[in-house]
Design a protein. Structure first.
Length: 406
């Protein structure tokens, strides 16, 4: 009814530049929009569960990227532009329909019937491009950003359109090029990011919510494993371990490295930290979902059965990647200076990460419960070390030079 009172068609307005102390949270429409990505992540998870092989894992990672980027595009548009009118709501519903269709195409997205996935992704991006050009039309001071994004994203979308007219597997080369253009476009707008930055509280909250979505796959995996027809006693303990892993990743993300805390982008250094924080979420969310699949596959093994090589390495590598991404996010925190003392302070986290990856070599000698015990124990160690306060200053050594502030 708020839109009806304010008017059916309102031009978008620039959100940034408001009072610095103003907090902003996700709208009900944004939360509703996230629901369709719950289904998309579930489809990706199921695809990996059905095929834990080199091909299956590659398929899962390659398809996760455009799904994640589709969500990122909508989120970053809304962090800068207020467009809650009828126009925007209808366009959001259209995007949700297209994402739903894209999710339905995931099982056949890398075969000869992959045209549907490509066209639905193009549809999602086309709506976003239209919204950026519309914002630039109404907001002159935002045109440097909207024009740069509109052109870059349009080039990427055209490459995806062109992929429809070439056969697989060459089609997927076009997809890779299109995704590369999509991902690189924000990096061509460095100075504009400082002039028109993302909202300091809205973006971290949104990425925290998406992380909650993928952590939900860990809960779903445990529930599915416990619902297996041949449930055995060890599966119950594996499920407890799976929930413990999900909880420790949650703790590490929100409390340990405080990844959802406010982010300020006002200097070149802060921009670089922000971009590292942003793109660390891609492998992090890929790994969290993959770890959930790994737990599920261990739970459905016959009691006492050995762990297969692919199942074991999937869980270990996914868990190690989670640790690596959390370590990267730690170093992007606003109150952390990159110095030798900071690296020394974080050394236990790097050791735990390396131990996680190294535990993969023990897979031939381990049963599921033992492997889960190692993974859970290493994550618990990560939590114990995260309880230490991050040093705001490291006076024992000069900072490592990573860039020059403007």
């Amino acid at each position: 009814m708020g839109v009806m009172r304010a008017g059916l068609m309102n031009p978008p307005r620039l959100r940034v530049g408001q009072a610095a102390e103003e907090e902003r949270h996700a709208t009900w429409l944004e939360l509703f929009y996230d629901l369709v990505f719950v289904a998309a992540i579930a489809q990706l998870s199921n695809s990996l569960y059905q095929d834990v092989s080199a091909v299956g894992i590659s398929r899962y990672v390659l398809l996760f990227i455009p799904v994640w980027w589709a969500w990122v595009g909508h989120t970053f548009y809304l962090t800068r532009f207020d467009a809650d009118d009828l126009y925007h709501r209808l366009l959001t519903m259209a995007q949700m329909a297209l994402v739903a269709f894209m999710a339905s195409q995931i099982p056949k997205a890398l075969d000869e019937k992959s045209v549907g996935f490509a066209l639905s992704y193009v549809g999602v991006r086309s709506i976003l491009i239209f919204e950026y050009f519309r914002a630039g039309w109404h907001i002159p001071e935002a045109r440097p950003l909207t024009t740069r994004y509109g052109i870059g994203f349009s080039v990427a979308a055209l490459i995806w359109v062109a992929s429809v007219f070439v056969p697989a597997p060459l089609r997927f080369v076009f997809w890779a090029v299109g995704i590369f253009v999509d991902l690189i476009t924000p990096f061509t707008s460095s100075s504009i990011h400082i002039r028109i930055p993302p909202h300091f509280s809205h973006i971290p909250e949104r990425f925290g919510l998406f992380t909650i979505i993928v952590l939900g796959e860990g809960v779903v995996a445990v529930v599915s494993g416990l619902g297996h027809e041949e449930l055995h006693r060890s599966a119950v303990f594996l499920g407890i371990g799976g929930l413990a892993v999900a909880f420790t990743v949650w703790w590490g993300y929100f409390e340990g490295v405080k990844a959802a805390n406010r982010r300020v982008v006002s200097t070149d250094t802060e921009r670089r930290q922000y971009q590292a924080w942003l793109f660390a979420h891609l492998p992090l969310t890929i790994a969290i979902t993959a770890a959930a699949v790994g737990v599920h596959r261990l739970m459905v093994l016959a009691d006492g059965a050995p762990v297969s090589t692919f199942d074991g390495w999937l869980l270990v590598c996914a868990a190690g990647t989670c640790m690596a991404c959390l370590n990267i996010i730690t170093l992007t925190s606003p109150n952390v200076s990159l110095s030798r003392c900071t690296m020394k302070f974080n050394l236990p986290h790097y050791v735990l990460m390396m131990l996680m990856f190294a535990s993969g070599f023990l897979i031939p000698f381990l049963r599921p419960l033992a492997l889960m015990g190692i993974v859970t124990g290493l994550f618990m160690g990560e939590i114990l070390y995260s309880l230490r306060p991050i040093p705001e200053e490291t006076p024992c050594d000069p900072p490592v030079i990573v860039g020059r502030t403007s």
